[in-house]
Design a protein around this ligand. Sequence first.
Ligand SMILES: [Zn+2]
Length: 307
Amino acid sequence: MGGSIEIVKQTFTSVRNKPVKRISFVAGLHGDELDGVYLCHRIIETLSQLKTTRPQAFQGEVHVYPAVNPQALGSVTRLWPFFSMDMNRRMGEKNDASLPSGFARSLVEDLQASSDIVVDFHASNLHLKELPQIRIIEEFDKKLIPLAVLCNMDVVWVHPSAPVFESTLGYNLNRKKIHALVVETGICLRIHQDFCEQIFQGMIHLLRQTGVLELTGPPPEIKQPQLVHPKQVALVQAKNAGLFISNMSLGAHVRKGDLLGKVVDAVRGEVLETVTFPSDGLLFTLREQPVTYQGAPLARIALPEIR
Ligand SMILES: [Zn+2]
């Protein structure tokens, strides 16, 4: 229609001619994932204050992109409306002439030109609630794990590569040698202030440890995330269609045989199955949407590290 769509970006420049490092924060690639948008608000608010009170703290450069899919955010949907395109599956495509693909290319180019490190904030879907975590594709683990452990996460999950990741922002930036961390937390359409605060502290810590921010005083204590490799994640699935009822909370350290919950048949008033944990571990994914089908994921636990 000839109108324009803008990717807004807030920049906090360095006091140095050559910034120590350049870090970018990205949110809203999926328009229904709002924790990251709120996190960008917290980061911009804090850095704006710091810029006035202690401008010399900025040894590096920070860019914040709070809404990189404005069309989807405007309608609070995962996909870019009208085209129904998933923006995190349009990256790295050269031949597609559609507007979302062109937009995706501009975003990648801009991030590539202005960042050494990128943090891409995502939230989960409406079905599964996630503890704050960073997900890393196996081939980039050597470069990314040292950065991910600085971010105050509960879990850093290294998983094998799959074709589906090849069109994501994180994968394409990492292929271009920009270190990209993909954060996953909460569920979509909600803001989890406690999780956001935890991640916010992690982001300030990351800025500090990479030398981007020079702050006074000792750095605060942060969480040591549980590092999990592909074989260290146990998925618990429903065997029946029904309603999943659980009293568990995310973050619990569970023992093999502990009760996760039950799947009930509301029509007959029957308990169809009692679900227990298959192993000891950290409960980091929990079903939030109670309606199950056979095979529906109920929980994921991070198994203890094998020593
Ligand atoms: Zn997402």
